[in-house]
Design a binder for this molecule. Structure first.
Ligand code: AVJ
Length: 316
């Protein structure tokens, strides 16, 4: 198994942190949650009673696997964005038997451990990982064969919710270009629902989500020589109904400063760092968004409670 690096991650991390903390509303990009500690915390989030998306998506994937496989077709080039722990991917690999599997993930370590596990389970599978940010245009490996196989992009987990609808549309358009006229996309989308259910999912009783959020500051301290006082920032997550999204913030409990290398940032009491959006869609909203990007929602699979949807998108 081969892993290509798409760019230099450490410099990008430093630059994006400094740029984000320099804005009037301080922000940090959610993709940096996933260092080794953050990935472990995210795995714990996925097992929380309150956090329904992982279980819903897994259940609906199991339940509709035959139809999903029929939509996707066999022998494709399967490109997966943000591959992570890959329980759902194992189901899909078994059902689709892709010609080659191209996991794209920001973390080379996550790519590597997933690839080792998959190689043990699927000795026939050709894997070619790409370490990089799938939001940036990527150079994907080129696979030659007599009959060019179709490209299928798999984007599970409702990671697309991290993007604003405008960004999501641009991202879908880019993916539409990548897969071409014969390609397709499978994308997991978290649906709009009772705000109490949403609130609980991002404010779990054990505080795992809080630890996940605060780990971002711990990571800045570890990797970029930051001096954030972790006792003086708390987790805050709420459903912004007007914008249809969960917002996660870190709230400063005092008037204070924090440094990252030679950069110094001031915080007022109660000032926040916006660390994540998790956008929720209705089926119709997402259908419209996909259409604007050149994709028709050919299939929509949902769990029994309609909490989560997997869209089978085909070029218009
Ligand atoms: C991985 C982006 C889908 O938005 O629900 C979980 C990340 N943040 N709990 C989500 C997350 C807080 C998750 N995604």
């Amino acid at each position: 198994m081969r892993i290509d690096a798409a760019y230099a991650p450490v410099d990008a991390f430093r630059e994006e942190v400094i740029a984000g903390l320099s804005q009037p509303q301080k922000t940090l990009p959610p993709k940096y949650f996933y260092d080794a500690d953050g990935s472990r915390l995210f795995e714990r989030i996925c097992r929380l009673r309150e956090y329904y998306p992982t279980r819903c998506e897994l259940a609906l994937t199991r339940r509709h696997l035959g139809e999903i496989a029929r939509f996707a077709g066999r022998g494709a080039e399967l490109i997966e964005y943000g591959s992570g722990a890959s329980t759902k991917t194992r189901l899909l690999l078994e059902a689709l038997r892709p010609r080659v599997y191209v996991p794209v993930d920001i973390s080379p370590a996550a790519l590597h451990s997933a690839a080792v596990r998959l190689a043990r389970r699927f000795p026939w599978l050709r894997t070619h990982g790409v370490a990089g940010d799938f939001m940036q245009p990527l150079t994907l490996p080129v696979f030659r064969s007599a009959s060019r196989s179709r490209r299928l992009v798999y984007f599970p987990g409702s990671t697309i919710g991290n993007l604003t609808p405008e960004e999501a549309q641009a991202f879908l358009s880019m993916t539409r270009g990548l897969v071409g006229q014969r390609g397709a996309m499978l994308v997991g989308v978290d649906l709009k629902k009772d705000a109490n259910v949403l609130h609980a999912a991002y404010n779990d009783a054990q505080g795992v989500t809080a630890a996940f959020n605060r780990n971002l500051l711990a990571r800045i301290n570890r990797e970029l020589g930051g001096d954030f006082d972790l006792r003086r920032f708390i987790h805050y997550a709420f459903y912004n109904a007007a914008l249809g999204r969960i917002e996660m913030h870190l709230v400063s409990l005092a008037r204070q400063t924090a440094s990252v290398g030679r950069h110094r940032f001031g915080f007022d009491l109660g000032e926040t760092i916006h660390t994540e959006n998790s956008c929720k869609y209705s089926v119709e909203e997402f259908r419209t968004l996909a259409l604007a990007a050149g994709f028709r929602a050919e299939r929509v699979w949902m769990d029994g409670r309609r909490y989560f949807a997997l869209f089978g998108l085909a070029p218009t």
